[in-house]
Design a protein around this ligand. Structure first.
Ligand code: NAD
Length: 374
């Protein structure tokens, strides 16, 4: 058993979600890795104090610099808005801390490249919060694709639509300022679809994209009689080519009426097809063109033992996992890589590649040209 002292920075929605995962990880995975909730920081003292009390962090502060410089802390977990991800991660790595950072990794590809260089030079473990990749059913899909049974991937059609911001009266948030978030739906939502495309099919070579702001102003949360500008994309769409020759397209709309968690894909292959949507995260539809002609059709495969870490939760198929379980699996992988001193699969290099695609989509939308990933 190895204890790892965790310093969490950011006590909002994701701060609570990560804390819950630290509390759950030993219930599911035993005591292979034991997180110790050592300190939490948030610029909002009420948030930091409330999270510390609720989850049992030993101390709290409003200064993230205290966390990264604390000699006791081994893992710095970053759940703040996007603009502070890399500055905190790089400072933490320079202090020799392992880093676990929410997505999108950075504000720009250049910043992600630099952060990746710093963590690799420091020799620390890095991990990025692309939790949807941690759904055990995605490991099954990855293995199925790699087996060659369905032939080669031809086309990845992906989406991530939500109607969280559908109401134009919904108040402005940090996610709508370029200075805090960089892109809108692209970095917030489509980055997750990109993580799945990268994990399941491979790296992207070039993109052609467009972005659109649908609601240009929203009420200021401090004074709703005033309006603040929405500075980044409500809608993004892009076509792309993978390096392995497959093609793809991703669509994302953060105002998509009726769509609650429509993160999904259809992977069309030479000899079959795979369809997934997060609204039914415990199943995947598989079509095999080799099936008897009289029975060809999509078959539903429910989550089951043999899919990633599912069996650590349940021995029987179809008992079903949820969003929070994906985060518990992500925390488990992050801590296990630290204990075993090996790189995480979903590390800063992985997050950097997603950022390179994001930057290329923004450049393409601006120039109305195809853009190669550099
Ligand atoms: N993986 C996922 O499924 C998922 C889901 C939601 C959000 N996220 C990501 O998590 C991050 C946080 O999003 P959220 O929804 O939790 O936001 P949030 O607004 O709920 O919480 C952010 C918290 O960070 C604090 N904060 C801001 N700047 C800070 C600083 N410099 N130092 C310390 N604390 C600071 C705020 O006071 C707030 O408590 C974002 O990067 C977002 O993209 C990931």
């Amino acid at each position: 058993m190895k204890k790892i002292k965790v310093g969490l920075i950011g006590a909002g929605f994701m701060g609570r979600t990560h804390s819950n995962a630290y509390k759950s990880v030993n219930n599911i995975f035993g005591d292979e890795v034991v997180p110790e909730l050592t300190a939490v920081a948030d610029i909002n003292a009420d948030n930091a104090k409330a999270l510390a009390e609720r989850y049992g962090f030993q101390r709290w502060t409003t200064e993230w610099k205290e966390i990264v410089a604390d000699p006791e802390i081994e893992l710095v977990d970053i759940t703040t808005p996007n603009a502070s991800h890399c500055p905190i991660a790089m400072e933490a790595a320079r202090h020799g801390k392992h880093v676990y950072c929410e997505k999108p990794l950075a504000m720009t590809a250049a910043e992600a490249v630099e952060a990746n260089r710093v963590v690799e030079e420091a020799g620390v473990v890095s991990s990025v919060g692309f939790n949807y990749v941690r759904n055990p059913i995605q490991q099954y899909v990855r293995e199925l694709i790699a087996s060659g049974e369905l032939g080669e991937a031809v086309n990845f059609r992906g989406m991530y639509d939500q109607d969280y911001y559908n109401d134009p009266e919904q108040k402005h948030e940090w996610r709508m300022f370029k200075s805090a978030s960089a892109s809108g739906a692209l970095g917030d939502l489509a980055s997750h679809t990109l993580s799945l495309s990268q994990y399941l099919v491979g790296d992207i070579a070039e993109v052609c994209g467009m972005t659109k702001i649908v609601v240009p102003e929203r009420p200021d949360p401090k004074d709703p009689s005033k309006l603040l500008p929405v500075e980044n994309d409500d809608v993004v769409q892009f076509l792309f080519n993978f390096r392995n020759g497959a093609c793809g397209a991703i669509f994302s709309n953060r105002l998509a009426a009726g769509r609650k968690m429509s993160l999904g894909y259809e992977i069309q292959m030479t000899n079959g097809c795979i369809v997934y949507n997060q609204e039914n995260q415990n199943q995947v539809q598989i079509y095999r063109h080799d099936d008897d002609k009289r029975e060809r059709g999509f078959k539903t495969v429910l989550i089951a033992p043999g899919h990633g870490e599912y069996e650590r939760f349940f021995g029987g198929a179809g008992i079903c996992l949820g969003y929070a379980d994906q985060k518990t699996i992500e925390v488990y992988h992050t801590l296990k890589c630290i204990v075993e001193n090996r790189p995480c699969e979903i590390d800063f290099r992985f997050g950097m590649k997603v950022m390179q695609v994001i930057d290329a989509v923004l450049e393409s939308a601006e120039t109305r040209q195809w853009v190669a990933i550099r």
